[in-house]
Design a protein around this ligand. Structure first.
Ligand code: NAD
Length: 305
């Protein structure tokens, strides 16, 4: 008995990279898996049936899986992916919104196509795939479902040359916080991953910085993300909701969420002189808070179990 026995899961973009590792682990843990992938290049162009290879691997290991080649970026695609779960397995419990592309450019050179394509796959993609699942949860009163979304340090911290991707990934964090509240009534949890893994999406960037990358290293490759996503999808994670977990370099951490950390109140309209006093103190408080968080966030070694 695996931790996901009896569960049906959709993993978008699971033909390769992080998604593939999640689909394979879900299969090993007993889930019936919809392997969605349109087999695109990193920039979203092209297509192939790579999802079939992952389905074959899951089946060879004794699991159950079906391929779907729809795009997450359209409403019809999102509905098609969800229908594949219902038509094949008769139900759905878990959705992992992992599919993604990149079109990096500084804003000076960011044409409308590069902006629209990245927003469509990531931010709209989360909407297109999550809405049919959310409607199903509400209409059938299905309890204890799981949604796991994919953000990025690009959206949470900011990254040069990725205003389209960063905006989408930050939007996904906001989307997740809202739907976590909306679906709580049905005990559905909605958590977000901020991953760091050696895949075709990141290897060229790392190599350009002169870093050596080995995707087969269990603390660097895409396989390090799968256990955390599997844990979040399991029954054990029932009380973990609306969190952002950062998983990278063999490390699992929890992200601080937006919060007011210091404030001043004025009983009349703020004067510019008051703001001259208040805002530098607020910025200082923020910097001190960041330094504390950086310190508290350094990893502690976890003994093997
Ligand atoms: N690798 C990292 O370090 C890293 C860092 C931050 C965030 N992420 C995010 O993690 C997720 C997985 O990234 P990865 O590194 O495995 O990338 P990857 O390129 O290896 O895999 C992404 C998969 O998504 C598929 N895909 C693209 N557009 C699609 C669409 N419209 N519909 C269906 N499938 C589509 C691709 O065909 C591909 O197989 C992405 O959301 C990415 O933005 C990755």
């Amino acid at each position: 008995m695996g931790v996901l026995s009896g569960k049906v899961a959709i993993v978008t973009g699971s033909g390769r990279g992080i998604g593939r590792e999640i689909a394979l682990m879900f299969g090993r843990e007993g889930a019936e898996v919809v392997v969605n992938d349109l087999g695109a290049n990193t920039d979203g162009s092209g297509g192939s049936k790579i999802a079939d290879e992952v389905v074959a691997e899951i089946k060879k290991a004794g699991g159950k899986a079906v391929a779907n080649y729809d795009s997450v970026a359209t409403v019809e695609g999102g509905q098609g992916i969800f229908r594949t779960a219902i038509d094949t397995f008769g139900r759905c419990d878990i959705l992992v919104n992992n599919a993604g592309i990149l079109r990096d450019k500084t804003l000076y050179n960011m044409d409308e196509d590069a902006w629209d394509a990245v927003i469509a796959v990531h931010l709209k993609g989360h909407y297109c795939c999550t809405r049919p699942f959310a409607r199903y949860i509400k209409d059938t009163k299905r309890l204890d479902c799981r949604i796991i979304n994919f953000s990025s340090v690009s959206g949470l911290f900011g990254n040069f040359g990725q205003s389209n991707y960063g905006a989408a990934k930050s939007g996904i964090a906001g989307f997740s916080r809202v739907i976590a509240k909306e679906l709580a009534k049905y005990r559905c949890t909605v958590n977000t991953i901020s991953p760091g893994a050696a895949t075709r999406m990141t290897i060229p960037l790392a190599e350009a910085r002169g870093q050596k990358v080995d995707p087969s290293d269990d603390t660097r490759g895409p396989q390090q993300i799968a256990p955390v996503v599997t844990w979040l999808a399991s029954e054990r994670a029932a009380d973990v909701n609306a969190q952002i977990l950062h998983v990278s370099g063999g490390r699992v951490g929890i992200m601080q969420q937006p919060a007011v950390i210091r404030s001043f109140k004025s009983e009349a309209l703020w004067s510019l002189d008051q703001l001259n006093q208040a805002i530098p103190q607020l910025v200082e408080a923020k910097q001190a808070n960041e330094a504390r968080a950086k310190d508290a966030g350094s990893p502690e070694l976890m003994p093997p179990q």
